[in-house]
Design a protein around this ligand. Structure first.
Ligand code: PHE
Length: 452
């Protein structure tokens, strides 16, 4: 097995200068790099002084017990009571040292990376052979090694700090695409982001001349909070490039040949991992055409597990592979691992609790996770008048900033517009610890903002 590292990517990304313009847009949710919506984006500032303008009620009209006194003054520059362990100040990935100050700059309005996200960089769960994500990664490697005589080169410690160019431009994401917004992506500065997909490495690896490669890594998206969404998760990207003599004589054109090969490869992978029903769905990605999603039938529902397609010719042309055709896929490791190991929630992947970690061992794919005592949730409702500057992702970011991994879900439960046209939203926040019962008092205390 060959594992390569990129020492230059990170340094290059970090050296990019800070400009004073901030791309401003807001969207409800990151929606899989689909085409931009026609509605114009709402302007907002991530580190604006008061992201949550007005508190509507202290929950008297809702069923929550003790709401946040105010989120209005919860800004990331204010210290407040936290029950999280301190964040390590330095990470090392693929030989590159990343200091906290390189990534989190609270006074910089072009930066929206919070502490709790920095603490996840460098943990590299996918590189732990006893972790469900590492076990799954290795099982996928086995499939590719066996099917392609170990031709796929594997990268699993490329730095997650990449340039906007790598993350978006080089894979043809349109400049007005919603995924570029500060609402959806973590920006280190205007030119540098935490990669939101492993496709960010496609172009540079093509330029380096690779024709078969797999890239596994942690990816970062500002997102809502529930059992299948976490702002940090893991993806594996696969790319295969064909030279003209590979499809000539096949009787089909290059793109059809690549699409057929791609589907054959991924159906084989799905069969290697589980015995389930599957289906292909046509979709859109800016970097592939045609594009598909593979869905598997799980717990009486169709669940999307990967996106893929035939690489846009422009990407190949720009990166020194003019006469070639290629396919690419990106799969979400947590989703597959949840199915394979019967893990009901995305949060335990980050657990250091022995009762979780001891259940998995190297090479053992599909061991069924046994739920250890699940402590009861503690619910709190919060309501406030909404405005253009508030999005669900911003709210989730604030909640996560205060309560860290104790937040299990943030859910909109009520929506009310008064005669003057002012709208209020009520969110129910579920807090739950894997280690202990949370008390109402401790959550209330967390919610009290110091200057009130
Ligand atoms: N990058 C896409 C995503 O994150 C997945 C993908 C990769 C789709 C490669 C097509 C080709 O959703």
């Amino acid at each position: 097995m060959y594992i390569a590292t990129s020492r230059t990517t990170c340094a290059r990304a970090l050296l990019l200068s800070i400009r004073n313009t901030i791309p401003m847009a807001a969207s409800p949710l990151f929606s899989h790099l689909k085409p931009p919506s026609s509605s114009s984006p709402l302007p907002h500032r991530i580190h604006g002084p008061k992201p949550f303008p007005q508190v509507l009620s202290s929950s008297s009209s809702y069923s929550g017990r003790s709401p946040f006194s105010s989120l209005a003054s919860v800004s990331s520059s204010k210290p407040h009571k936290r029950i999280k362990p301190p964040v390590a100040a330095l990470h090392e990935i693929g030989g590159v040292k990343i200091a906290k100050d390189d990534v989190v700059r609270e006074s910089d309005p072009t930066n929206n990376v919070p502490d709790n996200i920095f603490s996840k960089i460098g943990l590299q769960l996918h590189r732990r052979d006893n972790h469900p994500l590492g076990i799954l990664k290795n099982a996928i490697y086995d499939y590719f090694d066996a099917s392609y005589s170990s031709k796929f080169v594997k990268f699993d410690d490329l730095c997650p700090i990449v340039s906007v160019q790598q993350n978006f431009d080089e894979v043809l994401v349109p400049t007005d695409h919603i995924s570029r917004s500060y609402n959806d992506t973590y920006y280190v500065n205007t030119d540098t982001v935490l990669r939101c997909h492993t496709s960010a490495h496609q172009a540079e690896l093509l330029r380096e001349g690779h024709s078969y490669f797999l890239v596994t890594g942690d990816v970062y998206r500002r997102d809502s909070i529930d059992s299948t969404h976490c702002p940090v998760f893991h993806q594996m990207e696969g790319v295969r490039v064909f030279a003209p003599d590979e499809w000539k004589g096949s009787g089909t054109d290059a793109a059809s040949y690549a699409a057929m090969d791609l589907k054959k490869c991924l159906e084989g992978l799905a069969r290697h991992l589980f015995a389930v029903e599957m289906r292909w769905v046509d979709t859109y990605f800016p970097f592939t055409n045609p594009s598909f999603e593979l869905e598997i039938y799980f717990q009486e529902k169709w669940m999307e597990v990967l996106g893929c397609g035939v690489t846009e010719q422009e990407i190949l042309d720009r990166n020194g592979r003019k006469d070639c055709v290629a396919w690419a896929f990106g799969l979400g490791l947590e989703r597959l691992a949840m199915v394979l190991f019967d893990i009901p929630d995305i949060r335990p992947f980050w657990s250091t609790d022995q009762r979780f970690t001891s259940q998995f061992s190297e090479g053992k794919l599909g061991v069924k996770f046994k739920q250890f005592s699940k402590f009861p949730p503690c619910y709190k409702d919060i309501s406030f008048w909404i405005s253009d500057s508030i999005t669900e992702n911003n709210l989730c970011e604030v909640v996560r900033g205060i309560a860290g991994d104790l937040v299990e879900e943030v859910k909109l439960i009520d929506n009310f517009t008064n005669k003057k046209g002012m709208t209020s939203h009520c969110y129910r926040i579920a807090f739950r610890s894997m280690e202990r019962s949370l008390t109402d008092e401790e959550i209330n205390e967390m919610q009290v903002v110091e200057d009130l």
